[in-house]
Design a protein around this ligand. Sequence first.
Ligand SMILES: *Cc1c(COP(=O)(O)O)cnc(C)c1O
Length: 360
Amino acid sequence: MQRKLNFFAGPSVLPLEVLQQLKDGILEYNGQGLSIIEASHRSGVFDGMYHECIALMRELLGISDEYSVYFLGGGATLQFAMVPMNFLRPDTAADYIKSGAWANKAASDAEKIGRVRYYYDGSADRYTTLPNPADVQASDDSSYLFLCSNETIGGIQWKEFPDTGTVPLIADMSSDFFSRPLPIDQFSMVYAGVQKNLGPAGATVIIMKKSLLDKQNPNLPAYLDYSLHDKDGGLYNTPPVFSIWAVKLVLEWIKKNGGAEGMEKRAALKSGLLYNVIDSSSFFYSPVDPVYRSTMNVVFRLPTEELEAAFLEETKKAGMLGLKGHRSVGGLRASIYNALPVEDVKQLADLMKEFERKNG
Ligand SMILES: *Cc1c(COP(=O)(O)O)cnc(C)c1O
């Protein structure tokens, strides 16, 4: 098989060696006479793998015992609702930072549950920049302040995070989780759908400071109630077994490749290759504030939509997938998650230069 160069925004590229391990392991897991996806989630076969996966995540991100770590189903989208259902209490409000498509979806779910204040709304700038984290102040009476660390569609990324004092900071990190070290102490909760940077779709990582549960709505249907998941270490009900197994293998791959620090270097190298082409071009351009441009989703444009269509044709001929910008914003986008080889990004950078030489 000739593997494509995979620039899809999600689900997205996985390390080839992890795919091989999944292929080999799907028939029989560790010589135990069955596949792990056939084993009860209450069995030793699953339990050993599960705890290794959680322990590895804690180790690689330096997460202390003050925090719970587990997986839920329902995608990051379910968290848009669960966060306010659990923590947006009557007589309080929550602060949201409207930074683009994903934060706005989270905010619109929160509006259905309670009172939402917008600390910042980037709509006037078409979501191409972010507030300075040093200026961000949560209101004292806020239940929490919410932000999205990396807007997958707009291609903007927080480089540092605001200090919200006693107000809990909650973040959706779906598209840049494990692309850099995590300053976990600044957060009360972080969640991330795994299908961008960590595995196949089906699981969402939840990292939650246990003390956040003190202020939780006590009267929720079981699955929506974080405290039940917390009490059972994420095994209140059947977890997404296959995804978790794949995440464990990806975490082992991350560890071998320098951990979160290694991923940060890799992301800087790969995004640098593309931003260098864009910055030294009078043809390709980026609509995004250079201070906040994403190391995971590189959004760029050409002078006309015709040229963008022609460029996309060239990328397809070169075996590259997923470079069309999201339908809501148009243009072009290269998602260059952890597992994408540096070589693939070099090939894209070369193709961009060649396209400019011929058409610029
Ligand atoms: C992809 C994405 C989501 C949605 O994830 P689902 O698993 O499809 O629900 C939410 N937030 C961000 C930042 C994303 O990139």
